[in-house]
Design a protein around this ligand. Structure first.
Ligand code: FAD
Length: 626
């Protein structure tokens, strides 16, 4: 079977893997510097850049904008906010570097045509302190257009799923992948590679099953490829234990940001108490982080989770109350009141229509009028999204001018593998970059990558025998299916192979039950984690038997292999950190307290491509300022 697949070789200087926010930022910046040096930049995305990645459906707010130029905030304040939100575990140098560049990126978005809300004075409308409102249903299309214009379509490969890095000793040499539409196997040879393939969804069993299967907070396209790619290259990873659990509108996962921040809504339990008020004392147990404002995201989750554990659920977002309060000032003027109510109603719906259309559909399907009744909210299943309120990703070098020596090794955002860069969800310990910060970080990483190429101009060697091996492994699921499919009457069930959907269900079930998913009430302990490791070992063996009926299913096979690796890195690091630091993300029931003395540190891990061994270890948290 692999014989029928043409091998296409592409030789380039910088290879950007991914087409999301970070990759689009990288494309724009890299082309600028590459042109000056006569270098070639190539981008490869598993989907179509216009609507790929987490911003595919659009967004209603840009979540990182400081307004430094207008004196609204300082970069130091942003670093402080992120450090507290992550319960002390953040790289100040990385967060600082993104924060000092992010406003410029937002101004570029506006220049490229993104409508940003403005008040009468012409200033951006803030949703919260760091968030600004946008008409963002076409956000990704606008950002992708700039990237495409910068690179030129000849240098962009869409619908090519990258599976594996290529190495030349301790240096990255490129990547391989396959077209999900054509019988083509791609070999990209590059002097530097930037990983920007987003985070991971579908590692844990989602709340949505049956009819709703596939619905999750995180759009289903990102399946752990960034982590897989950097781990398999031998890069050191960080914060792989720091998953993210968003509390969102139940079942359709609609955003809550506008409700909490813009509409100033309250959330209460079904019994009626406001958990953020009634459980305030619990925050003392998580001091100093529990005592800062805003309260860290995971602790806000935790207080609600405590109510649900006590049987007081479901939690309710008081949309009706919030709208009534906002309209109250107009109550003496019926015409103005009616106008205000219409305005609030349209803002409420637009918030969903901009970024989570299914939530608007669910409201419509259930006759929910937000001005009339409250809506349920719930903690979602865990995700890996280092650019949002999680922190997982590769351990990357900080910027030369501010990083302490322990955090600097030559080029900003280079992983511990020579020539391999990471940004957005792919780089860790620099939480809260969101869409704008990921784009800014992509630009930072790309500029550094071009510098690396100029200073390391030789083309690394690609071992073509290894490439042939990878090609055979890539298409093996198709061969396995063809050879065995007629053995059973239903090709979905077969003793000789496992279909990717079944494989995914198995992974999700074990992660859910043993590693603190929804069913386990986000709680785990050492014996459960050991059980998860035992089951993951069986999965590793059975991954050899993955089977695919077509190219689409082949992509599903590889997506799940990638998921399995990020899952393993997660289990190993959750096991290593013998404390509970983010109780609203996961709870180590056998180590239920935060231990500042022993665990105010990063937990890093590394897989050695030569031996196949994992190593998990501590790295110090070094503050730039107090
Ligand atoms: P992405 O933008 O997700 O891009 C990943 C890219 O990698 C995609 O192009 C994908 O197709 C590609 N890819 C994946 N696997 C492969 C592979 N194997 N081979 C090739 N290509 C691959 N930010 C805000 O500012 N405001 C918000 O309101 C906001 N809301 C959010 C809501 C949700 C539900 C989510 C999930 C995120 C939200 N964010 C928000 C955060 C923002 O979307 C992310 O921070 C940002 O998209 C991260 O950029 P990235 O480039 O790392 O990943």
């Amino acid at each position: 079977m692999p014989m029928n697949f043409e091998t296409v070789e592409v030789t380039t200087d910088l290879l950007i893997v991914g087409g999301g926010m970070a990759a689009c930022g990288a494309a724009v910046e890299a082309s600028y510097w590459a042109k000056k040096q006569g270098l070639k930049v190539t981008l490869v995305d598993k989907a179509s850049m216009d609507r790929s990645g987490a911003v595919a459906m659009g967004l209603s707010a840009i979540n990182q904008y400081l307004g430094v130029g207008k004196g609204k905030n300082t970069v130091e304040q942003y670093v402080e906010y992120v450090k507290n939100d992550l319960m002390g575990i953040a790289r100040d140098d990385l967060v600082y570097n993104i924060a000092r560049h992010v406003d410029g990126t937002v101004h570029l978005f506006e220049k490229w045509g993104l409508p940003i809300w403005k008040n009468d004075a012409g200033d951006y409308v803030n949703e919260g302190r760091w968030q600004i409102m946008i008409n963002g249903e076409s956000y990704k299309v606008i950002v992708a257009e700039a990237a495409k214009n910068a690179l030129g379509m000849d240098n962009i490969y869409e619908r090519v799923f990258v599976i594996e890095p290529l190495l030349d000793g301790d240096r990255v040499a490129g990547a391989v992948g396959f077209s999900v539409r054509e019988n083509k196997f791609y070999v990209f040879k590059a002097k530097a590679v930037m990983a920007a393939m987003g985070g991971a969804v579908g590692v844990f069993k989602p709340r949505s099953t049956g009819e709703g299967l596939g619905r999750s907070w995180y759009p289903p396209f990102s399946t752990g490829s960034s982590a897989y790619f950097t781990i398999r290259a031998g890069a050191e990873m960080t914060c792989q234990e720091v998953r993210f659990i968003p509390v969102r509108f139940k079942d359709a996962y609609g955003p809550v940001g506008a409700w909490f921040l813009l509409f100033k809504s309250r959330a209460i339990s079904a019994i009626g108490g406001e958990y953020m008020v009634e459980r305030r004392d619990e925050l003392q147990n998580w001091a100093p982080y529990g005592l800062v404002k805003p309260i860290p995201a995971n602790l806000r989750n935790y207080l609600g989770m405590l109510d649900v554990s006590e049987g007081k659920g479901p939690l309710l977002m008081m949309t009706n109350e919030a709208i009534a309060k906002l309209a109250d000032a107009y109550k003496d003027d019926p015409k103005a009141f009616k106008k205000k109510m219409k305005e609030l109603e349209s803002e409420a719906w637009e918030d969903f229509l901009d970024m989570t259309i299914s939530q608007a559909l669910l409201w419509a399907a259930t006759n929910t009028q937000p001005e009339e009744k409250s809506s349920e909210i719930a903690a979602a299943e865990p995700y890996f999204i280092g650019s949002h309120s999680g922190a997982s990703g590769a351990w990357v070098s900080g910027p030369e001018d501010i990083a302490p020596p322990e955090y600097f090794w030559g080029y900003a955002n280079m992983t511990t593998v020579k020539g391999l860069f990471a940004a957005g969800d792919a780089s860790g310990a620099s939480s809260h970059k969101f869409s704008s910060g990921s784009h800014a970080e992509g630009r930072i990483a790309a500029k550094a990558a071009i510098k690396f190429i100029v200073e390391n101009s030789s083309q690394p060697n690609v071992d073509m025998a290894k490439v042939e091996e990878l090609k055979a492994a890539t298409y093996k699921p198709l061969e396995l299916f063809e050879a065995n499919k007629d053995f059973t009457t239903d090709p979905e069930v077969n003793p000789a192979y496992i279909k990717p959907k079944m494989f995914m269900f198995r992974l999700q079930k074990l992660m859910d039950e043993y590693v603190g998913g929804v069913s386990a009430n986000f709680s785990t302990n050492k014996p459960s984690l050991e059980k998860a490791m035992e089951l993951l070992a069986f999965m590793q063996e059975d991954a050899e038997k993955l089977a695919a009926a077509d190219l689409h299913e082949l992509m599903r096979c590889w997506e799940n292999i990638h998921r399995m690796w990020i899952a393993e890195s997660h289990v190993r690091t959750v096991m290593f950190r013998e404390e509970t630091r983010w109780p609203g993300y996961y709870f180590r029931a056998d180590a239920p307290k935060m231990d500042e003395e022993n665990w105010l540190c990063f937990v890093n891990c590394k897989w050695d491509p030569a031996t196949g061994q994992w190593d998990v270890f501590k790295k110090p948290v070094i503050r730039l300022f107090e």
